[in-house]
Each structure stands twice: as C-alpha cells, then as structure tokens.
Design a protein around this ligand. Structure first.
Ligand code: 8YV
Length: 311
C-alpha cells in the first residue's frame, strides 16, 4: 500500500511527478473546498509537502490524524509548527545546504547593488537622467565592515564571499560559535554600531521576530546599510522604512518582507533601497536540488523511518 502524500500548494514539476510516481498523491492547492477535501481525505494522509507559501499549523496537523512527516520545501520552516508536530509524533524535514550558495550569492549581490547603486544606476540610465548629468557618488563595498546577524550555514557562506572583497567581518548569534574565524559581538546593537553593512542571515520565527529593532537600526547610523535575505519578520519593518525615508540609515537591500508578496508602498517610493521578491534560492539548479531533497526525505522516511535532513 503506497503512503498517501498531500501537496499543500504549488510545487515544481519534478516534485509533483515524483509524488505521483511513488505515492498516492493528493493536491490540496488545486481544490476550492479544502476543508471538505480534508474532512474526506485527511484521515488517509501519511505525509504533507509544505513550502514557504504553504505552511503547517496545529489545525492542519489535527485534521490529519495519520500524519507522520512534514517534508518542507525550504531551509526556513518558521511557518511550520514544529513544536506541535513533534508533540503529536510528526517528524519534520527541510532542505538545507543545497540552497546555501545561491542564497549567499544573492546576499553579496544585494550588498554590492545597494552600496554602489547598480539598480539605481539602471533606473537612472533608463529614465534619461544621465543625459542631464552624472549619478551621485556611491559607497565602496570592498574593505568595509560586515556585521552578520546569524552565522549559520548561510551566514558563513556569505562571510566566505565577503572575505574575497577584503571585508572585515564580525557576527552576532544567540551564543558564540567556538569554531568561527570571526570576532563575536555579544550585543546586536554593538555589532550595528561597528559595521558598515548589517547582513541579516538568521532563521525566522518567534525567537528572532523584531530582532533588528529600532535601537539596532539607529545604532547602524546614517552611513550604514541593511541587507536581509532571511525573513521579513526579523526586522522591525516599520522602523526600517522610517529610518530609510528619513535617511537615518544609508540604504537597504531586501529580499524578504513582513507580509509577502505585499511590500510597503513607502519602500517602493525610495531610491536608497533594492527590492527583490524572495528570490534568494530561486535558481533552476537550486530549486531542482531542493525538490529532489524533498523526495529523498520522503523516500528515506518511509523506508527507514528517518528523513535525510530532519529539523
Ligand atoms: C524557499 C526560503 O525556498 O528556503 C527558504 O527558507 O526562504 C526560500 O528559499 C521559498 O520560500 C519556497 O519555500
């Protein structure tokens, strides 16, 4: 008897095809009456495939009494109630490592963009402004001070890239990483005061909600930049928008936002920001690798009772 796997929302063809070939595959996203479908089919579901856009809360877990695994498409699983899942004996897996390089690449790209005005320069040329005069001078990135909030796998990959730009690196974590080859700042405000670029690379969720607060943003100061490739929830977005509008910080490059895909209108009007639509892992190569890891997690779990990359 094939396990029954429920897809919660849109997934890559690779994943959909893998689910259809190996499991009794149900697709909740394709239905108008999700509640009715869950009432009828929920008791048969052995695993769900979730993603950043389609999470798993306690109510969904309760609607799936036979659920044994949440196979999450993504490294961040802040929209999965892991505590409740584990309380109900439901395992959770995610897709770490395979996306680290792409996320770190975009983090550096965003840093360079906001410092040097790459996107702003593109708009400047397209608007015909160059015909009237040169763009204002920008900010050098090489050799500057990079403060990393969250020196995990992605944070370390960003640091490795930043070393190639001769950047001086410090970091802040909940606790110091003994093997980290960078100076540790016990206080996030102290890190913000020290650095030129504050790189937000920490996990999302309640533990980090609003971590980059107004005092941290104020400590960064008028020559400082924020780059966020983590989660919009980690930054006090209202405080960030105000600081940018009032030029109390120099700029921000944001791939994630508090209420995606909606972005505060005030940000859209600012020229000292770079805005991207949560694309840090969005390359063909990486998304395929993430999709394959979801399938590998399901296969491993149903074969051996353990996922490849459990959280
Ligand atoms: C996800 C992400 O892939 O992996 C993460 O945590 O933020 C993205 O790379 C995207 O949200 C789809 O789940």
């Amino acid at each position: 008897m094939k396990p029954t796997v429920l897809q919660l929302g849109p997934l890559l063809p690779l994943v959909r095809e893998g689910l259809a070939a190996n499991y009794t595959h149900l697709d909740l996203g394709a239905l108008s009456d999700a509640a009715g479908f869950l009432a009828e089919h929920g008791p048969a579901v052995d695993a769900v495939v979730s993603s950043g856009r389609n999470g798993v809360n306690a109510a969904l877990i309760d609607a799936l009494p036979k659920l044994r695994l949440v196979a999450h498409f993504g490294v961040g699983y802040d929209n999965v109630d892991v505590e409740y899942a584990k309380k109900k004996g439901v395992a959770v897996s995610n897709t770490p490592d395979v996306l680290t390089d792409c996320v770190a690449d975009l983090a550096i790209a965003l840093l360079i963009d906001v410092a040097r005005g790459v996107s702003a320069g593109d708009r400047y040329v397209r608007a015909g402004a160059w015909l009237k005069g040169a763009m204002p001078l920008a900010t050098r990135a090489s050799g500057k001070r990079l403060g990393i909030v969250g020196l995990g796998r992605i944070g370390r990959a960003i640091a490795t890239r930043a070393e190639g730009f001769d950047m001086e690196i410090r970091y802040h974590n909940r606790r110091q990483s003994p093997d980290a080859p960078y100076a540790y700042e016990h206080s996030l405000e102290a890190l913000a005061r020290w650095c030129d670029f504050l790189m937000v690379a920490t996990a999302g969720g309640e533990a980090t909600r609003g971590l980059v607060s107004k005092p941290v943003i104020d400590a960064l100061g008028a020559k400082g930049f924020v780059v966020n490739i983590a989660r919009g929830s980690v930054i006090d977005e209202t405080a960030l928008v105000a600081a940018l509008a009032e030029k109390r910080i120099a700029g921000a490059a944001l791939d994630v936002f508090a209420d995606e895909p909606r972005v505060p209108a005030a940000l859209l009007a600012l020229d000292n920001v770079v805005l991207t639509p949560h694309i840090a892992s969005a390359t063909t190569d990486t998304r395929r690798a993430m999709g394959q890891l979801v399938l590998d997690n399901l296969e491993s779990f149903f074969r051996d009772g353990r996922a490849v990359t459990p959280v």
